[in-house]
Design a protein around this ligand. Sequence first.
Ligand SMILES: Cc1cc2nc3c(=O)[nH]c(=O)nc-3n(C[C@H](O)[C@H](O)[C@H](O)COP(=O)(O)OP(=O)(O)OC[C@H]3O[C@@H](n4cnc5c(N)ncnc54)[C@H](O)[C@@H]3O)c2cc1C
Length: 452
Amino acid sequence: MFVLPEERVTRLNAADVADKRYVLYWMQSSQRTNCNMALEYAVSWANKLEKPLVTFFGLTPRFPKANLRHYTFMLEGMRDVEAELKSVGVKLVVQNVSPELGAVALSEDACLTVTDRGYLKILRRWRSFAAAQMRVPLVQVEDNVVVPVEVASNKEEYSAATLRPKIHKNRSRFLQVPERNMPKRSSLGLRFDSVDLADVDAAVSRLGVDASVCKAKGFQGGSSQAEKRLDDYLQNKLAGYPASRNDPTVDFTSNLSPYLHFGQISPVPVAAQVSDANAPAEAKDAFLEELIVRRELALNYVYFSGNYDSFAGLPNWAKLTLTKHQADAREYDYSLEALENAQTHDPYWNAAQTQMRLTGKMHGYMRMYWGKKILEWTKTAPEAFDVALFLNDKYELDGRDPNGYTGVAWCFGKHDRPWRERPVFGMVRYMNANGLKRKFDADKYVQTVKQL
Ligand SMILES: Cc1cc2nc3c(=O)[nH]c(=O)nc-3n(C[C@H](O)[C@H](O)[C@H](O)COP(=O)(O)OP(=O)(O)OC[C@H]3O[C@@H](n4cnc5c(N)ncnc54)[C@H](O)[C@@H]3O)c2cc1C
């Protein structure tokens, strides 16, 4: 039987394994077949019990803040998952139902249910509800992180500096990629109602989701796309990452964040391949700092703070200083509509907003500037926080993610330290357009976005 590090596996209820028709894998946060430890764990249980394995995905049209852009990308990935599972004799059942309800219903005929782990409030609620309702074990496998969140730390960390040594101490132990485990019994003959994914546009249109945001230009969902991007990154970009990653006029980042967000690729093989790559140590370290330390710092924040999605989650010093400067005059005070439509006086900010609206992915360096300026140009800091999060989650393909909540919060002082006091920002770090110009050709960036 495939042995996972025990810290990745948690039993969410105390029910006994039953003698029923199949083992159920409730796929939620790990939308892939490659390096999917929850799937491997479920296969090993199915083989041990000599039962077929059925995989279930609940397709709720009401996931908070998700729109046509996100659903299209996600279903492109699920279409690949369906074909890959079919090739090894595993049925994928996709139903238009709230996931926790669908999982509970299908667990009635299951010996046990395995699922992956999610950290946002809604994902945790779904799993707790299902654990309480199921009459068979619900086992959770945490596989979208290198170091499991509670192994890394038992509290909300102050900054990357405090989390980093804890991650580094555990990193190599959790960098193992599982071997593929083949199911012995096929479930393809079992009959279930399932959404037809052959035509993704038609499937999204049948869901009737918010169609006000177009499909993302230049990004197609799916694990094979993610793996192609990873190969390209390893071959052509990793070595140049330290020098060029903060320059949005060139494409030197991995562009993996949308795929990581939907679990279409696991951070474990990405980190393992980068560690083994033939590239300078400085480049590998710089990338692994982002992929592991920064990403898992975001998960730490979301997991330990109930207020990750609001101004209330910021550190006290940041809330105090921003509140003290609440009444400071703003040189510009833009409405949500003006911001959304990229109608500010600042060509660099407008370019960043336009890049996000059209492509579904703003360059990482511009995200910091973009968030800081929303703080500068909105009446109050709590309102600015909400506006930044709203736009981020609406347009970014990787939005509605722990990294997004943490990235927005960073613009307001989270995981940072106090700086010299100034109007509006108080002691929160400030950024201006001259800073952009010192780093790269900001006017070229504007021209690049105009050509999209
Ligand atoms: C205001 C603001 C909003 C953001 N919103 C999001 C969001 O909604 N979703 C999202 O995934 N990231 C968000 N980020 C973090 C970061 O900008 C993106 O993860 C990064 O730009 C993704 O591009 P990439 O995959 O090409 O990154 P690369 O530079 O290739 O990095 C590789 C991976 O490391 C992780 N990573 C990189 N930078 C960070 C960071 N600062 N914090 C945490 N993890 C990081 C990501 O998983 C990324 O895919 C935000 C940052 C800010 C300042």
